[in-house]
Design a protein around this ligand. Structure first.
Ligand SMILES: [Zn+2]
Length: 321
């Protein structure tokens, strides 16, 4: 009885040992290569958020910038090069937003999978109707973008476009997982539609309301609701204001008061407080990308925050928000 038991045990033990030593490495290798998530590197946290939502467990996403930066002052770092050299997919805004550092990184990372034109290279602004496309190109007008205003991630209408472009590229790179990408895209589309209803309700009375901006980051938002940009604190995009320009803007704002000043974390500086003091204008600090402010972790959350804060900014002065 005891012997039989021993024999049985050792047979079972041998089977287990066989599995561990011989069969398991095969099984593990096959499983790992089939289920390995795609390594996706995004320039901005907005793109990382949407890629995570559409990619689900099929993607491992990292972002080059975290959310508090001036998007025009971004530079490439050695760590970015390492990330790009290992990436299966690279996602950028485009419209020359990243043209100061991305071309150099792409050239030096020696990764054919994410070269422009390859399925692994994703430019989310592709096919998007850009605003402020210049008719003449001259650096005299400041930080000019030849393809138009690059801040399309701040357009409340852009979510579906960005999600679709990311979805299509993920399917092209990883066609075996198409069903999952389709399902998550459909779910996200529904969430975007629901969010759009919220935003339209908040912005329904914004038509022809005046705003003052620091930088031309909120032009798409203004365009979406018919807001009028009374003035920019930067006299030319990317160039700090001159005392003359500030004096002129203060004069305009005093003549027609009431417009809130829209700033981002990077631009909410002493000049803004000075102008607010001189004119009595309200400062509304908005995110300019995901991750910079609490509540703006996701793209939909960021848009919610922008709409809520702007609603507060339009309340008569003295009203508690
Ligand atoms: Zn800009």
């Amino acid at each position: 009885m005891q012997n039989t038991h021993l024999i049985r045990f050792s047979r079972r033990g041998f089977a287990a040992l066989f599995l561990v030593l011989v069969a398991a490495p095969f099984v593990l290798t096959r499983a790992a290569s089939a289920a390995d998530p795609l390594k996706v590197v995004c320039t901005l946290p907005d793109l990382a958020d949407i890629t995570r939502v559409i990619g689900g467990d099929r993607v491992e996403v990292s972002t080059l910038y975290k959310g508090k930066e001036n998007t025009h002052a971004l530079t490439g770092k050695p760590s970015h090069l390492v990330a790009l050299s290992r990436a299966d997919v690279f996602v950028q805004i485009g419209l020359s937003l990243e043209s100061g550092f991305v071309p150099g990184l792409l050239e030096n990372c020696r990764n054919a999978k994410i070269a422009p034109g390859k399925p692994g290279f994703v430019n989310v602004s592709e096919g998007f109707r850009a605003l402020d496309v210049p008719t003449a190109l001259t650096r005299k007008d400041g930080d000019i973008h030849p393809q138009g205003n690059p801040h399309m991630n701040l357009d409340p209408r852009a979510g579906m476009h960005m999600a679709r472009v990311i979805h299509d590229h993920l399917v092209e790179v990883d066609p075996g997982s198409k069903a999952g990408y389709d399902e998550r895209f459909a779910l996200y589309s529904k969430k975007l539609e629901e969010a759009s209803v919220r935003w339209t309700a908040l912005g329904k009375d914004w038509k022809a309301k005046r705003i003052v901006v620091y930088h031309k980051e909120y032009n798409y938002l203004a365009d979406a609701y018919g807001l009028v940009i009374q003035g920019s604190i930067e006299s030319k995009p990317g160039i700090p204001p001159t005392p003359n320009h500030i004096a002129g803007l203060v004069e305009t704002m005093k003549q027609e008061p009431g417009a809130p000043i829209l700033t981002a974390l990077w631009s909410n500086n002493d000049t803004v407080s000075e102008i607010a003091r001189a004119t009595g204008a309200r400062i509304v600090e908005l995110p300019n990308m995901c991750g910079g402010l609490t509540g703006a972790e996701s793209w939909i959350g960021m848009m919610d925050l922008i709409h809520e804060r702007l609603t507060g900014g339009f309340k008569p002065q003295g009203d508690a928000r």
